[in-house]
Design a protein around this ligand. Sequence first.
Ligand SMILES: Cc1cc2nc3c(=O)[nH]c(=O)nc-3n(C[C@H](O)[C@H](O)[C@H](O)COP(=O)(O)OP(=O)(O)OC[C@H]3O[C@@H](n4cnc5c(N)ncnc54)[C@H](O)[C@@H]3O)c2cc1C
Length: 576
Amino acid sequence: MAERRHLETDVLVIGAGGAGMSAAIAAADGGADVLLADRSLIGRGGATVMAMMTVAVAVGEETPDDWRFHYRDTLTAGRGLCNPKLARLLCEEGPDAIRQMDGWGVGWARRDGHISQAHAPGHDRPRCVYVDFLNTGPAVSKTLRTVLHNRDRVRRIGDLMVIDVVQSGSDPARSAAVAGQGKVTGAVALDLTTGRAVTIAAKTTIIATGGLTRLYSRNSASGNMGGDGYALGLRAGAKLIDMEFVQFFPIGHLAPRMIGMDPIMWDPFRYKLGGRLLNGNMEEFTGRYGTEEGGKYVVTRDNATYAILQEVAAGRGTPHGGAYLSFMHIPVEQLKAAFGPVIDKLTANGIDLTKMPVEVAPIAHYHMGGIAVDEAMATGVSQLLASGEAVGGANGANRLSGNAITEALVFGRQAGRKALDLLGSSAAFDQRDAAAALSLLEATGPSAREVNTAAMLAELQSIMWDDVGPFRTAEGLTRAVERISALDSKLGETPVGSPGAYDMSRLDWFDLRNMLLVARVVTQAALMRTESRGAHQRYDYPGLIDDWTRNQIVSLEGGRLVFTSGPLIPAEVAAA
Ligand SMILES: Cc1cc2nc3c(=O)[nH]c(=O)nc-3n(C[C@H](O)[C@H](O)[C@H](O)COP(=O)(O)OP(=O)(O)OC[C@H]3O[C@@H](n4cnc5c(N)ncnc54)[C@H](O)[C@@H]3O)c2cc1C
């Protein structure tokens, strides 16, 4: 058996994106020793570093603003399902978090001596700060990495994939404890560089593993966003909320082929220049679906996704099955000023915006659902917190653009601070509680030739895209549930191969273990929500139903998913 490593810390932070790094900094600044673990490189693995665009925050530098206006817009976009306490935390603390980043030298773009703020759809005024040009996420990540560099109390370990959190009383030989009823005492992880198991004793653990868009074949994400945190939380006894609400970004790049650029890069230029969204007949079309754009960027993400896919279904799509985005009507000097050095990258890709439109189409982009937490980021499982995109509820049924990075920074910092309050109530780590996860990590299973995990991953992604995508029906969702179950059976109980360094088939097996569980939750939640609201659109239930102004909560009990629907959210709260 491969030798195990054991690590000890006060606070374990799982995931080093914007939320995880913010949590680590806050906990270390409060005097705790922190272990910041990431399955990728620290600060370079998830969505934060990929986010090129904007951060929504009521700093009121462009025009007077107040967090209450931001809060009102967030609740409106959330179509009645936001957890008002989480939404308030995001909006109220956002300005301070953004100014803290400013103080750390992130370099928010400035105009005439003040921070520039762009006007993004769904916001009532210019509210979104950014770092030019297309550099927001990289600058945020770099700033947090630099701050972390000066925090001796934070130990950073990359290539460490957490497999499960460990709870006191989980050893079946000693106790009949049920998941969620013990205290979280740390985690078990896979060292990707060696294939060895690592046990981590931690007084408090924070899940900051980001979202789940890797479940979909068309996505804007990196390969490590398969919803690990949701699966870790569920298996530990935490509850998930609103898992049916996957946000599809309407204007992901489709054609012509473009190398070295983010697929969602067109958005900031729409903020700056408007641009025209046209169907295959070169007609503006969003007005048919409720929002006339008239060359401005005002249509929200869910409405734009709907409008584009409806045009494609009606035979009015572009050659590759999307819509055109055109800046051809904009004078070349204005284009150059807005695109800056990006114009050269486009030229290198053979794209001349003065002469041609590009093709765009919806892609999976962000997850509104996630681990249910309170304002202290507590999951309800003792000593377990969560933050960032791993958390659900703040954005309800639809997220406003720019709210996700604010959420990562604010919720991360909050989790780091609140973890400090829990240090005194920890329980001791006992290797016996880690037995199940350890035996999984150290098991030898069928060969990669017998179980083709790469093919299974691709199959899962196409199931999710075809039947659990932007538009859903009972027939498609039921088919997806059956196909996901079949994949689950095929995966089996034992990882493929045996422990070894950088074994991708074995890693795929662990990924599928989580992805299949999370896919099942998303699909079943979508099947149960018999209405259309925000990012969840059903062809067979096209309207919003007032009685569905409630959250869906899911837990894992004895291997079975148990769904409950939260109480009806009072109208005055839903629309506050
Ligand atoms: C291309 C793109 C552009 C975007 N643009 C914007 C934008 O302009 N504005 C905005 O507000 N939002 C944007 N978003 C959304 C936003 O970036 C994310 O919601 C936010 O950054 C999430 O931060 P996070 O820290 O919660 O997660 P992430 O930044 O995704 O970090 C999660 C980390 O957890 C690690 N991890 C996962 N599982 C494990 C495990 N089992 N063990 C150890 N580590 C693990 C991952 O490797 C990753 O490093 C964008 C997203 C994408 C994909």
